[in-house]
Write a protein that binds this ligand. Structure first.
Ligand code: AN7
Length: 376
């Protein structure tokens, strides 16, 4: 962009304004946005070397509240306002509640969040509280919280903003659009963590819509068809935490466990859609252990310069696992969504691989001692 003869930076306008022709909005829509989306697609050099291909990470921690949830929440809260709602509710393992609380605040709505007691990372809890949400800690897990949230929305005047709300999926599909817009086409493989399975559903929808001649139903039957943007769709590879892997097991997990609290989910709401994404794309849904997740978390921070929360490393853990099993072809392009920021749940960086605490070096205020300590 230029102003006079001076180049000025393009200010990203949030996913609804950037992709208005592909979302169920029109000129009259009152958009609630914190400028989400437009996140970096960073080439991961060490991972690329390892698989002898091109590996990129989509750094969703760079969204306004530090996770990919903001893409869906701008749509969900916009829809809540459009429907005349005064209050919204969600169940959450943490990031959805942080996002809902922030967007509801901007829209002037009351926000209630139901979270499993004692199983939410500190950063996420503090966000919900900072934004003034009505925080209810439920004695149960995420699946129980979602059950209560759904019943609340059915029986009381509150609007549900979990990803069972189709507006959330619509917003989140823009992640796939950005990948294609940046790379020029879809990658060969797209990897990501799977919890409640909304995101794998959304990415697959986005990739499909970009590969098809597409028209937006909301914009009327005579709307011009949009030409395909991508020539292909990727294989979708989703990864659940081993202690919370219902789709892999083929049945709900009643007591899900994992250090990756964001994906500590035993009965995903979008289970069937995730299986559809796997079948239609020719992909896989597999599991990774907590050790594999924490090793990938460390790989990202120490080798690629990208700090994520543990759950966000599940896709990278999956690539490393598949690579070790000889199941990763060379010469391909991989995009891995790393879903949330490391500062959400920083304690994991302060642990050594054996679980002991990292001990910082303490020295007196003396240059020579510091130099000796640094081996200079
Ligand atoms: C960092 O916030 O379910 O498979 O309530 O926070 O679309 O559920 C979070 C999920 C991956 C899984 N990475 O995505 C919630 C919640 C992070 C997350 C997932 C979540 P989905």
């Amino acid at each position: 962009m230029t102003k006079g003869n001076v180049a000025v930076a393009h200010q990203w306008r949030g996913v609804i304004r950037e992709y208005a022709d592909r979302l169920p909005v029109d000129d009259a829509t009152q958009i609630v946005s914190l400028g989400e989306g437009g996140t970096p697609l960073v080439r991961a050099a060490a991972l690329s070397d390892l698989v002898q291909g091109e590996v990129f990470v989509k750094v969703e921690g760079m969204n306004p509240t530090g996770s990919f949830k903001d893409r869906g929440m701008t749509m969900a809260i916009t829809a809540a306002v459009e429907s005349g709602a005064k209050a919204v509710v969600c169940a959450s393992t943490g990031n959805t509640s942080a996002s809902a609380a922030a967007y509801a605040t901007q829209a002037g709505l009351t926000c209630a969040v139901l979270v499993p007691a004692g199983k939410i990372a500190m950063g996420k809890l503090s966000q919900a509280i900072a934004h003034g949400a009505e925080l209810i800690q439920v004695d149960g897990n995420f699946d129980g919280c979602l059950d209560v949230a759904r019943k609340l929305a059915e029986n009381y005047p509150v609007f549900l903003v979990n990803s069972v709300n189709p507006a959330r999926i619509e917003g989140q599909k823009t992640g796939a659009f950005e990948v294609v817009d940046t790379l020029g086409d879809a990658p060969d493989f797209h990897l990501l963590p799977v919890g409640n399975a909304g995101n794998i559903t959304a990415y697959w929808k986005g990739y499909r819509e970009y590969a098809e001649a597409w028209s937006n139903p909301r914009h009327g039957e005579d709307a011009a068809q949009l030409a395909p943007v991508a020539t292909r769709t990727p294989q979708m590879w989703g990864f659940q935490a081993a202690g919370s892997a219902p789709i892999v097991a083929g049945h709900p997990i009643t007591e899900p466990e994992t250090v990756a609290t964001a994906i500590r989910i035993g009965n995903p709401a979008s289970w069937e859609k995730a299986e559809e994404a796997r079948e239609e794309s020719g992909g896989v849904i597999d599991s990774v252990t907590d050790e594999e997740i924490l090793a990938a978390h460390r790989w990202l921070s120490s080798r690629e310069g990208v700090f994520v929360e543990p759950a966000s490393a599940a896709g990278v853990a999956g690539l490393l696992k598949k690579q070790a099993a000889g199941e990763v072809p060379t010469g391909k392009t991989f995009v891995i969504t790393v879903t949330g920021h490391g500062l959400k749940d920083p304690e994991w960086a302060l642990k050594n691989a054996d679980g002991s605490d990292v001990a910082p070096t303490k020295v007196p205020q003396d240059v020579e001692t510091v130099a000796r300590q640094l081996g200079l």
